[in-house]
Design a protein around this ligand. Structure first.
Ligand code: PMP
Length: 362
């Protein structure tokens, strides 16, 4: 291609063009230092200023109260799947235990990892629907003695998203990897929000943990130092060298988000983008969605072709037009268009035009 394409990849994912241009401009000489940001000390004044500003922009964008710590870590959401039980399960009154509401494969992975550290009780699961729904909260079998309740707010593979944050009596722990900053969250509804940055924020390598401060300081003695949230909170997340370039780029994305009008403006745009795609799917004779209408993801729109034989031609034809990475995850099949904040409306419009054209040709 001699131009940028529309990249519908689920993560790492497309980033705002103006952010990439700024990063390119600053690559060799950042802030007149005569060096790039990747080459400077994480403890030096220039990087610390960038770090503090990135942190405060995130706090502003998500309206994070002072009673929550924000950690910039590594190891991705998969790493946090181990860190969470190590840090929080000791809060359970009868031995390490947590409840899980499983709505997709990422939730399943969280259960498996947590079970290494204590009892990982599945309070509800939509496995019986092929992860196309969210179990009604009335039927959740929550335990009295769990330390927390774990959900995945947006299942990236299945395309299933909680449209309301559930209210539970225990701290709610949410994997927000694929919908952070895409919709307004009231942070007070959560004990912990965590996720990798490589979808709605920036390059891979950075993971973000937002944790209510009273939940810090209870980690199991076996907890590795870098996974101990209290220790990381005490040292500005710099117990070891942080992913400096990823933090810098996240900072550029946060500034971009502020210029777009912040999270509420993004949410409006994300509703418009996903509505356009779902209404095209619903009004078509060729495409269909398996996901329950009440929990269709605004970020990862999964759909399939009623005639599976056409899958390959559909994906290839899309790629020819610069509509890339629309093939669904192998465990689900079909198609998936990931339309994070940085995917412009023009990208979704181009995809919708292509879908209509493809159907007309059938
Ligand atoms: N949770 C969700 C919801 C995800 O989408 C992903 C990545 N696709 C993960 C966890 C795993 O994240 P990481 O690769 O950052 O460990």
């Amino acid at each position: 291609f001699d131009r940028r394409v529309f990249n519908f990849a689920p993560g790492p994912a497309t980033l705002p063009e103006e952010v990439l241009k700024q990063a390119a401009d600053e690559m060799l000489n950042w802030n007149g230092l005569g060096m790039g940001v990747m080459e400077v000390s994480h403890r030096g004044k220039p990087f610390m200023a960038c770090y503090e500003e990135t942190l405060s922009d995130l706090r502003e964008l998500m309206n994070i109260p002072d009673s929550y710590a924000v950690l910039f870590l590594q190891g991705g959401a998969i790493g946090e799947n181990a860190a969470i039980p190590m840090n929080l399960m000791p809060l359970a009154k009868n031995g390490p235990k947590a409840d899980f509401v499983v709505t997709g494969i990422w939730g399943e992975k969280s259960v498996k990892e947590a079970a290494k550290y204590g009892q990982a009780h599945v309070a509800a699961s939509s496995a019986n629907t092929g992860f196309t729904s969210i179990p009604d909260q009335k039927n959740w079998q929550l335990s009295d003695d769990a330390a927390y309740v774990h959900i995945c707010s947006n299942e990236t593979v299945g395309g299933v998203e909680f449209q309301q944050v559930p209210k539970v009596s225990k701290p709610l722990v949410a994997d927000v990897s694929s919908n952070i900053l895409s919709r307004v969250f009231d942070i007070n509804d959560f004990g912990v929000l965590f996720g990798g940055a490589q979808k709605n924020i920036g390059p891979a390598g950075l993971s973000i943990v937002i944790v209510r401060k009273d939940l810090l300081g209870h980690a199991m003695p076996i907890t590795p130092m870098v996974w101990d949230w209290a220790k990381q909170a005490e040292s500005d997340s710099m117990l070891n060298t942080p992913p400096t370039y990823s933090i810098y780029l996240a900072g550029l994305v946060f500034k971009w988000l502020k210029r777009q009008g912040g999270v509420a403006a993004m949410e409006k745009q994300n509703i418009a983008k996903s509505n356009l795609l779902y209404s095209t799917i619903d009004s078509s004779g060729l495409f269909a969605s398996k996901v329950d209408e009440s929990c269709r993801s605004r970020m990862n729109v999964t759909f399939y072709l009623k005639d599976e034989k056409l899958n390959e031609a559909f994906v290839e034809g899309a790629a020819k037009q610069g509509l890339m990475n629309i093939k669904g995850h192998k465990s689900v099949g079909g198609m998936r268009a990931s339309i994070y904040n940085a995917m412009p409306m023009a990208g979704v419009q181009a995809l919708v035009e292509y879908m209509k054209e493809f159907e007309r040709g059938c």
